[in-house]
Design a protein around this ligand. Structure first.
Ligand code: 5GP
Length: 240
């Protein structure tokens, strides 16, 4: 079910939002209390690009805002409570920041799959393939064998989930190594693309902190799927 409000993104070019700007900006939004920290961040810093692309370079894909990464890590830890995790896995490049902070919380190693356009020798690697939604090309995705092992319970995280290509390649790598997918944590799921639905139907425990049901480039509007309320902020991180 979608939330009843539509959010209008007002792009801005500064990397730091003056405090005085925030209340002014958010005035047009009803039901603010239902939004989580990441939805609010997308609202203030995100820009919708033509071709169904959400640009969040300001805090996730180019500049990294550590406090948002930290909040995401804590939120994943909360949502995967009770799940045994021996390793955190992501794919280069933007998943690495989230994965690192999450690996720190679990105190487990963090591994990132590498991408290459050309076929390499598969001798010492687990290799899979994924079509890149943003770069419109097929990538080989690989991990050197020593970094994924049989029996490991792997929590996979990434910045975006769209068609699920990257995620299915990561799952494939875990399975090739004889490991187990403990769960999948996504920062931003684009709910109008099939990845999330498919992964849930396949039985994976998938948690996405922000799920976009619709977004429109022309009007710069975005609609988030209703999520369980998360009241997580800088001040209460230690309480978890
Ligand atoms: P999928 O493999 O699920 O189709 O796409 C996921 C990957 O494509 C993510 O790792 C992310 O790098 C990229 N991606 C897909 N959609 C978007 C988007 O709207 N914005 C950004 N910044 N990256 C996206």
């Amino acid at each position: 079910m979608s939330q009843e409000f539509i959010i209008k993104i007002i792009p801005h070019s500064t990397s730091v939002i003056p405090n005085s700007f925030i209340p002014l900006h958010l005035k047009s939004i009803k039901n603010l209390s239902n939004m989580n920290f990441l939805e609010e961040k997308i609202l203030t810093d995100g820009v919708i690009k033509q071709g169904n692309i959400l640009k969040v370079d300001n805090f996730l894909n180019h500049q990294i805002e550590i406090d948002i990464m930290r909040q995401m890590a804590y939120e994943f830890k909360r949502r995967f409570k009770g799940v045994e995790v021996n390793k955190v896995l992501t794919i280069e490049a933007s998943g690495i920041a989230i994965a690192t902070l999450l690996g720190d919380l679990y105190d487990v190693p963090v591994v990132f799959a590498k991408k290459s356009e050309t076929a390499n020798s598969t001798d010492d690697k687990y290799m899979s393939q994924a079509y890149s939604f943003t770069h419109k090309q097929m990538n080989n995705v690989f991990i050197s064998r020593p970094y994924l092992n049989e029996g490991e319970k792997v929590l996979i995280v990434d910045d975006f989930l769209a068609d699920g290509q990257a995620m299915h390649a990561l799952i494939d790598l875990v399975h090739q190594a004889g490991g187990e997918v403990a769960g999948i944590g996504i920062a931003i799921e684009k709910g109008q693309q099939a990845g999330g639905k498919t992964l849930r139907e396949e039985g994976y425990h998938l948690e996405s902190i922000a799920i976009i049901d619709t977004m429109d480039w022309e009007t710069q509007t975005i609609r988030f799927r209703k999520q369980p309320e998360i009241k997580l902020g800088k001040t209460n991180l230690k309480a978890i």
